[in-house]
Design a protein around this ligand. Sequence first.
Ligand SMILES: *[C@@H]1O[C@H](CO)[C@@H](O)[C@H](O)[C@H]1NC(C)=O
Ligand SMILES: *[C@@H]1O[C@H](CO)[C@@H](O)[C@H](O)[C@H]1NC(C)=O
Ligand SMILES: *[C@@H]1O[C@H](CO)[C@@H](O)[C@H](O)[C@H]1NC(C)=O
Length: 268
Amino acid sequence: MRLPNLLDHETLDEIIEQSTAWQSLVQLHCNPNTQLFLCSVFAPVCLPNLDKPIKPCKSLCEEVQSNCESRMQQYGFPWPEMLRCDRFEDNDMCIKPHNAASASNGSQNFALNLKAQALGHNPVCKSCSQASTFENILDNFCRASVVLRARVRPLNETHIIVRKGRSFKGPTFDRKRTPAHERLVKISDVNSDGTPCPCPITKGNFLLMANETDNGQFIAKLILPWKQDKNFKSAIRRFRAVDCTTLGREIRESVLRQSYKRKVPNYY
Ligand SMILES: *[C@@H]1O[C@H](CO)[C@@H](O)[C@H](O)[C@H]1NC(C)=O
Ligand SMILES: *[C@@H]1O[C@H](CO)[C@@H](O)[C@H](O)[C@H]1NC(C)=O
Ligand SMILES: *[C@@H]1O[C@H](CO)[C@@H](O)[C@H](O)[C@H]1NC(C)=O
C-alpha cells in the first residue's frame, strides 16, 4: 500500500488506530461496498510505475454515502469532511463499485446473492440476507417493533406463519392463543418487475425481526437462522440491556473490544 494514504496518515500504526472506528460501519453492512471504499482511502494500492495514488471513484463514494450517511448520523457520526465525494472523480483509473454488490439492491449476503444470480433467480430478499454481525443485529433490534426467537412455517411465496415465538420485544406469538392470521409475517419485498424475491426458509428456529404497519401487518426486516456463534450470541445477550438511544457508542465500543481479536479486513 501507499503511504501517506489518502487521509494523510503517515504510518501503519496511525492507520490501524484511525481505521478501527470505521470497522463498525463495515459491520453495519449499510452498503456492500463500504469495505472496498474504506480500504481504497485508508490503504490505497501502490503500483511501482505510477506516482499518483489510485483513488475510489466518485460513484463508489456516492453509493456508500447514500446508503450509510443516515445510519451514521443516527449513531452520532456525521459524514466526515475528509471523505466528501467531490474530492473524487470517475475516470479510468479509479476504484469502481463492485457490480454484483450494487446489483443486489441492498441485500447484504453476497454469497447468497451470487448463487441466486448464477442460478438465474432473483436476488434474495433483503430481510433474508441480513448480515449476522453484532452491529447489524443490534441496529435492527433497535429499529424493529417485534423481535422473536421463532419457529416458522412458509405459507406461500410472500408470507410465513410464526408457529411459536418467544418475544424479546413486542408481542409474543403463540399458536394456542393467537389466531393464525395475526401470526402472518410478510417476508417478501417485490422486485422492480413485480416478482417476489426468494427467501430460503428451512426448519428450525429463527431470529425474526419485523415492523408492524398501521393496518397491523408484520413486515419482516431480518430473518436469521438461530445461530450459536459468538457474535450472534453476544448480540442476543445485549437485547435485555441495550440502550437504543446510545447504540452508536455501544457499537463503537464493541468494535474496539473485538478489533484486535477478530480477523481484521485485509487493509494491510
Ligand atoms: C435495483 O433497483 C433498481 C431501482 O429501484 C431497479 O431499477 C433494478 O432493476 C434493481 N435491480 C435488481 C437486480 O433487482
Ligand atoms: C421500522 O419502522 C420505523 C418507523 O417507520 C423505521 O424508522 C425503522 O427503520 C423500521 N425498522 C427497520 C428495521 O427497518
Ligand atoms: C400469501 O398469503 C397471504 C395471506 O393469506 C396473502 O395475503 C398473499 O397475497 C399470498 N401471496 C401469494 C403470492 O399468494
